[in-house]
Structures are given as structure tokens and as C-alpha cells.
Ligand binder design. Structure first.
Ligand code: A3P
Length: 312
């Protein structure tokens, strides 16, 4: 089965008028962003407060606003939510494998594509900063990831009853992972500002002023929603997933309504998915190790793999 990354299908050729309309829409968002409170950023010269959370103003907040205004979820959609560095890349791979059981493991798309290509991030890959996409062209079930906090999700994701999975990770590991990630993609340094220290970044993270922070508010939004609507929202922890991957994988498949059949279990499908999506396997694939392919300019896919450990 041929695989084309979904986000590529979402950008139809637009007429000049349509392009100008997109530009007007993004300019409107820029105007709104310029009125919002700001704080010095640890990875950019400032971050912007929007609906109670801190955002990178251009690279993600424009996308968030576009998602809120234009994205229409369907009941069959699957949304993976997380704060950055909580295990999004791993979960993308697991969810994609569960929902696409027809791919042969020897030619599986995850062997040649990063999981962010298989499960595009709504605010980064679908609603880019220059063009309103058309994800309606994608067949159901559509899989998306997002860092958007629960309280800022577009209304249709709540109303449509689509499945949501949230992956949460110990904040100390999230912080350490974030610090290294920022280093790899060289965003600790502003052209005319000194490199920000680990201690200062840590203080900012603790007080909530980091991209997609406050961390605990992000986690709590999804945690409370998962208690209220357990059938709709599955709350998983990176650490539990790491120590008991097989049980979590089956629970995840059940939640997504793609449970493994007895036949599949007998054929070792669970083990094959675990092996395919393991840190050791994914991080050593050419696409994730040495290729120049990027999620967005300056962010190579290799930046999403470091140690994959608990308590680093
Ligand atoms: P570390 O920096 O601690 O190693 P995200 O995908 O949300 O950006 O999170 C990245 C973190 O998940 C990184 O953590 C990365 O190494 C880890 N990770 C990536 N793929 C993984 C996998 N298949 N299994 C476990 N951890 C993985």
C-alpha cells in the first residue's frame, strides 16, 4: 500500500484571491497577537499569553488560532494531545500502527517516514503560518496530534465526540528533554541576546512561562476531562507506557475502537508493533537518524530522539 503523508494532501493549489484571503486571515491573527501580554521567552525573544497559556507567537499561536477558527472534527477522528517532549513522537507511531493494521511490517510507512508525517500536528503541519489547509480532503479516520490545551481546543473536537488520547510525562524529564531539544535545534540563543542559562529556563518553566505552559494547567485540563468523559479521553503516562508497553498498547487499541483480535494476538501483531515503535528501532532508522528531513525549517526529525529514558 502506497503511503503519502496526509498533510501534503491538505494544501490545494489556491487562486490569487484565495491566497490573499489567507494572508488577510493571518494578518488578523497577527494584529490580535500584538495586543496580548508577553513575557521574555527561553527559546524566543518573547512568548505570548493566549487563553491562559504561553505560546511561541508566530510558529504555533498563529496555527492555534487557525485551528480554532477553521478545523472541524469528525466523530471518527483521533486526536493525540500532549505538552512538548512528553512522548508525542512515540504515541504517534503507536496510534498510527494500531489504526492502520493493513500495512506490512516489512514495508511499513514508519520505516521511511517520521511519525509526525504519519500523524500531522494540527497547529504546525496542517494550519501552517501562511496557508489555511483543507483537512476535509483526508479520509476518515483522520489522525492528528496537537499541543493545544484542552480549554482551547476547537469546539468541534468536544462536540463531535472524537477520541482523544493524552500523554503526560514527569515534568522533570519533560524539562530536561526540552532543554536538550532547544539545544539541538539551536533556539536557546537569540541573535542579539545572550544564551539563556539552564537555571533561568528552569525558573521560567516552574512559573509556567514556557511554550504551552503552565505545565500543570495543561495536564490538569486533560486529566479532569478524562475523569469526566473516560470513554472519550484516555489519559496515559509516559513512565507507565515505558514499563508496561504491551498492556498500555492493548488499552490504547481498545480505547480507539481498534482492539486486537485473538487472531492478531496469535500472529504476534502486538509484539510487532512494540518492536516497530520501540525507541531503539525508530531512532536508528535513516529517516530519524541521519536524513535531512525536517518537521519545520530548522527542526530535523532526529531532534525527536535522544535517550527515551525515565528519570534522566
Ligand atoms: P528524551 O529527550 O528524554 O530522550 P516528543 O515526541 O513529545 O517531542 O518527546 C520527545 C521525547 O520522547 C524524547 O525524550 C525522546 O527521546 C522520546 N522518545 C522518542 N521516541 C520514543 C520512543 N519510541 N520510545 C520512548 N521514548 C521516545
Amino acid at each position: 500500500m502506497e503511503f503519502t503523508p496526509p498533510s501534503r494532501k491538505c494544501f490545494p493549489t489556491k487562486s490569487k484571491e484565495e491566497e490573499e484571503e489567507d494572508e488577510r486571515i493571518y494578518q488578523k491573527y497577527m494584529d490580535l497577537i500584538s495586543t496580548l501580554p508577553t513575557e521574555r521567552g527561553c527559546t524566543s525573544d518573547h512568548i505570548t499569553l493566549y487563553q491562559g497559556f504561553w505560546h511561541l507567537p508566530t510558529s504555533s499561536l498563529l496555527g492555534v488560532m487557525a485551528v480554532q477558527q477553521h478545523f472541524k472534527a469528525r466523530s471518527t477522528n483521533i486526536l493525540l494531545a500532549s505538552t512538548p517532549k512528553s512522548g508525542t513522537t512515540w504515541m504517534n507511531a503507536l496510534i498510527f500502527s494500531i489504526v492502520n493494521p493493513l500495512y506490512d511490517f516489512s514495508t511499513h510507512p514508519l520505516l521511511t517516514h517520521n511519525s509526525h508525517e504519519c500523524v500531522p500536528m494540527l497547529e504546525i503541519s496542517i494550519y501552517k503560518t501562511s496557508q489555511i489547509a483543507n483537512p476535509d480532503v483526508l479520509p476518515s479516520p483522520r489522525l492528528f496530534s496537537t499541543h493545544i490545551p484542552y480549554s482551547s481546543l476547537p469546539k468541534s473536537t468536544i462536540d463531535s465526540n472524537c477520541r482523544i488520547v493524552y500523554i503526560c510525562r514527569n515534568p522533570k524529564d519533560v524539562f530536561v528533554s526540552f532543554w536538550h531539544f532547544a539545544d539541538v535545534i539551536q533556539i536557546k540563543l537569540n541573535k542579539d541576546q545572550p544564551v539563556i542559562s539552564l537555571e533561568e529556563t528552569f525558573q521560567m518553566f516552574c512559573k509556567g512561562a514556557s511554550p504551552w505552559g503552565p505545565y500543570w494547567d495543561h495536564v490538569l485540563g486533560y486529566w479532569k476531562a478524562s475523569l469526566e468523559w473516560p470513554k472519550r479521553i484516555l489519559f496515559l503516562k509516559y513512565e507507565v507506557l515505558r514499563s508496561n508497553t504491551s498492556v498500555c498498547l492493548k488499552k490504547l487499541a481498545q480505547h480507539l475502537e481498534y482492539p486486537f483480535s485473538l487472531e492478531e494476538e496469535k500472529q504476534g501483531v502486538v509484539e510487532k508493533i512494540l518492536e516497530l515503535c520501540s525507541f531503539e528501532n525508530l531512532s536508528n532508522l535513516e529517516v530519524n537518524k541521519s536524513s535531512d528531513k525536517e518537521l519545520v525549517p530548522g527542526v530535523k526529525f532526529s531532534a525527536f530522539f535522544r535517550k527515551g529514558q525515565v528519570g534522566d
